[in-house]
Design a protein around this ligand. Sequence first.
Ligand code: ADP
Ligand code: MG
Length: 711
Amino acid sequence: MSSESMTANVEAIFGENVFTMSKMRERLPKPVYAKLRSAMQGGPELSRADADVVAKAMKDWAIEKGATHYTHWFQPLTGITAEKHDSFVTPPDEEGHMLMEFSGKELIMGEPDASSFPSGGLRSTFEARGYTTWDVTSPAFLKATSAGYTLCIPTAFCSYTGEALDKKTPLLRSMEAVNNQALRLLRLFGDTESKKVLTCVGAEQEYFLVDKDTYLKRPDLIYSGRTLFGAPAPKGQEMEDHYFGVIRERIGAYMKDLNDELWRLGVPAKTQHNEAAPAQHELAPIYENANIACDHNQIIMEAMKRVAIHHGLRCLLHEKPFAGVNGSGKHNNWSLQTDTGINLLDPGESPERNIQFLLILSCILKAVDVHADLLRQSASDVGNDHRLGENEAPPAIISVFLGAQLADVVRQLVETGAADKHIKGGVLKTGVSTLPDLVKDATDRNRTSPFAFTGNKFEFRMVGSADSIGSCNTILNAIVAEAFSDAADELEKADNLPMAVHDLLKKNFIEHQRIIFNGNGYAKEWVKEAARRGLPNIPGTVEAASALTTDKAVALFERFGIFTRSELESREEITYETYSKTINIEALTMIDMAGKQILPACMHYAGELASSVSALNAVGLSSAAETERLKEIVSLIDEMQGALDTLKKLTLKAESLKTDTIERAKKQACLYKDQVKPAMKALRTPADALEMLVDKREWPFPTYGDLMFEI
Ligand code: ADP
Ligand code: MG
């Protein structure tokens, strides 16, 4: 490898394309910089005059780097990002000179035509006003694409009346809620220094890479992001030789460019490796503040796709691109840290810190138990329905893994007698004098748990690879804020705090210990045991959606100003709409491929076989093998044709349903789930069988083997 193709000095390029704090400090007048910093930390908003100064500095920097356009970069409810580019060009003067400009007004607020984004009834098309407003807590960055450099300003997206039309606004609101409630608890434990509690998130991202030419021959990958037909390749992932295997040269070159691009964008890309399935890989960044982590996860997904194109590859982020091998997820690592650097999920060295830790742990258990349905909902999307509960991803049942030692501490606490016997000098005896190292045991791993404690953080393993992490972190923060708030309400009234803390954490553990499960989440017995414990087992996206609008959920979100009832209803409605549209596209793609590619190819091959059989017969010979094969093919063709007709009928029926209310939208989604999906399966089965009988030269598109092994 030549030295030029080696990565430039990472320290030098890191954040090169970000308008970082240090660039702001260099380029802004001191007072403006100070005001901006204060706005970032929750202080007063910038005045228009100051915003003008910031906008000019930002524009000058961007133009020096070669930028011509800017965009308000936002995260509508499609789950991906949206952008509309405007150039800095202004009307030329009389002499034809033009100055590139960018005002504070343009920086702070934008008004994209919002009518085409999903809003679930929040904003009807005729009043299509939506506003994007600058999220000062997330830095502006330059995106390099074939369109040149574009200055991207991370923004929140709201309707004219202030309802959140995006994934970012509720996330920011939920971070505020958990911050406020956590601080109340910290104050009780004597922490007077911390000013803020931050939600920290590190999202491990799985993905597949396939060759561009192979990809472009598969309409299913092009239209739906996953294969809708395909017999298994002779080899799958059974040898476990891909996971952590040597990274192939072509993939290595891709990863190098991806890292390079991400580092320039200030994304702390850290870990890369091959994943379980052939052609599957993973990238993990270092954890960051949830809002930034969410932006960065979107940047990572976009960059993965873009860099793939430059390498003659295509990146598949779908949760289940191939049947029969693992799909992709996103492990959302989550913790709470103070601005003074203390991780609230770290048991700590002293017994006092242990009690605080145990109280926080007990609140999180309570939150997850009370709102298991919401957490489940936050990880549901139509692609993820193929993974959860399929022995490759966590089961659909929410439970918490604590590890043997921590679970034992909880058990001891639950079983101890009256509190007074166990409190001496304000120090709680947990049965183990201190907790520090015991929960950090790296061997204590459980890969089948949806929500696992891993030493000083929780890992929510259910999220789908293509999904935004905005929703799951909003829910996590909200439910934990509620449990903290309940605890603080009680403890702030207490005369004897240590005693009250002990009672409360014991109460929480007793009432919510059913959510703890350290066993094998894939085992059939767990489904029964979970039912016995009364834990919800919500099979998929359609069933999960109504969790958003239960009275319990509305009360939770309204209490902390995270969602209004109408914002929640809109999200439920969008879930049904998206579900129906996605399955509809998949069904139409199958109809297209079956009718225009697979059946004609099979019929052609059957014709050839028939001629060969009759040619043999004509000379007095006969081939039993050929006749048998012909019969089998003809019967499968008939089966396919029948399944195709049924699928066409059902798809038309589902498509024609009225969806003007949530109930009707739900009815339509159910029709897609209960009738169209099984009809798709009925079409796929004979097609995959035919693939194994028809001459490979006649098969109209690349096979699983071609896709997963030939890159
Ligand atoms: P593990 O192997 O336990 O999953 P890793 O060290 O591989 O942990 O980290 C996985 C992800 O979790 C990374 O993105 C990492 O930055 C993130 N992470 C580590 N510590 C924390 C924490 N305290 N809070 C949130 N995320 C964290
Ligand atoms: Mg991990």
